[in-house]
Design a protein around this ligand. Structure first.
Ligand code: SF4
Length: 356
């Protein structure tokens, strides 16, 4: 079983962010009710917990006391094989890291190693904060940490991107995630009329990242994720493999059996429902067996080293397969198992949809 805790709070809003989060100190009851819900879930199953992931928002917006309560209770109730948390480099202190005893994997939202770019993005940390945070993380004995980076940022030169990649590798993280900046409606970037860089430039940056990171010993195991061997994120792998996961907190998503559940974003309504002992506001979609299996296969296409087993006698599917193989968009990993090539990752969504 996999459990995700969502912390919909941030200390400030980044200019590109379209996610729901509140810029206020997380109330104490939020942590208490999340833990209460976890205990309810655990009391209804004998299945062991394989992975726990605390994401956001910004989990490190919780105070060290709140984090200690959250982490220590999770560890007391279950012993996950992997226990991850996302943190902002500006929040990392020795006190905060002491509160994370029991966490096995720390994901640091570095985003860039260029101070001007960080400021442009509206991040509240600097390059020096990232380096200091990593030093503290290592000193505290957390050897399994990762860095998140953003590519395709307008105004970022190729040289600046290369420096960011090199600076990230220099810190020897176990894992590196790279997401392209997208300019989403409702964000300050969108309102300012900022235009995205061209697809060709974005692909060039991703190709550069792949070659630099491969040389440095990081394998690209998922469209946006690289890791040293054995340090792939088990929680996300479980999700991409189509395993069930329970999402706890306002805005969290769950996938349980044939249901897709979205807890609605508003933390205030979530908390009010918890206080009143009523059902939390959520959207629940029930999928047919076919929809469920199709959706779970869909995510597996993201896994570049594993691929998807595909057998179909339908002439149109066979023709599609032949064309994609000829055009080097997919390749055959083993008989009847196919994965996206580097070229295929550039147009992943349309390729995946074609197989559905
Ligand atoms: S820290 Fe993350 S969730 Fe919070 S505003 Fe920035 S991008 Fe959004």
């Amino acid at each position: 079983m996999n459990i995700y805790f969502h912390i919909p709070y941030c200390k400030s809003k980044c200019k590109y962010c379209a996610f729901y989060s509140e810029t206020l100190p997380p109330p104490a009851e939020y942590v208490e009710y999340m833990l209460q819900e976890m205990k309810e879930i655990l009391s209804k199953t004998v299945e062991p917990v394989s992975t726990v992931y605390i994401g956001g928002g910004t989990p490190s917006a919780l105070s060290p006391q709140q984090l200690r309560q959250l982490v220590s209770t999770i560890v007391a109730e279950c012993v996950p094989e992997e226990f991850s948390i996302e943190v902002n480099p500006a929040d990392i202190t020795q006190e905060l890291l002491e509160a994370l005893q029991g966490v096995t994997r720390i994901s640091i939202g570095a985003q860039s190693f260029d101070d001007e770019i960080l400021q442009f993005l509206g991040r509240r940390h600097t390059k020096a904060d990232i380096c200091h945070a990593v030093e503290l993380v290592k000193t505290a004995g957390f050897s399994n940490f990762g860095l998140d980076l953003i590519a395709a940022i307008p105004s970022m030169t190729q040289e600046c991107w290369e420096k960011t990649l090199d600076a990230a590798v220099e810190l020897s993280p176990r894992h590196i995630s790279i997401y392209n900046l997208s300019i989403e409606e409702g964000t300050p970037f969108f309102r300012s009329g900022l235009m995205p860089i061209s697809d060709d430039e974005a692909m060039e940056q991703l190709a550069l990242a792949q070659s630099r990171l491969n040389v440095a010993g990081y394998g690209r195991y998922e469209i946006s994720n690289y890791a040293q061997s054995g340090y792939e994120c088990k929680h996300n792998l479980a999700v991409w493999h189509g395993e069930d996961y329970f999402g706890i907190g306002a805005g969290a998503h769950s996938r349980v059996g044939q249901s897709r559940i979205h807890n609605l974003d508003n933390w205030h309504n979530w908390l009010a429902a918890k206080q009143a002992g009523t059902t939390i506001p959520q959207n629940v979609e029930y999928l047919t067996e076919e929809e469920d299996s199709r959706e779970r296969t869909f995510t597996q296409w993201r896994l570049l080293n594993e691929g998807v087993t595909f057998i179909s006698n339908a002439p149109e599917k066979q023709a599609l397969l032949k064309t994609l193989l000829e055009q080097d968009i997919i390749h055959e990993l083993k008989p009847h198992t196919y994965a996206l090539t580097m070229r295929g990752t550039e147009i992943a969504d349309s390729i995946i949809s074609a197989f559905m």
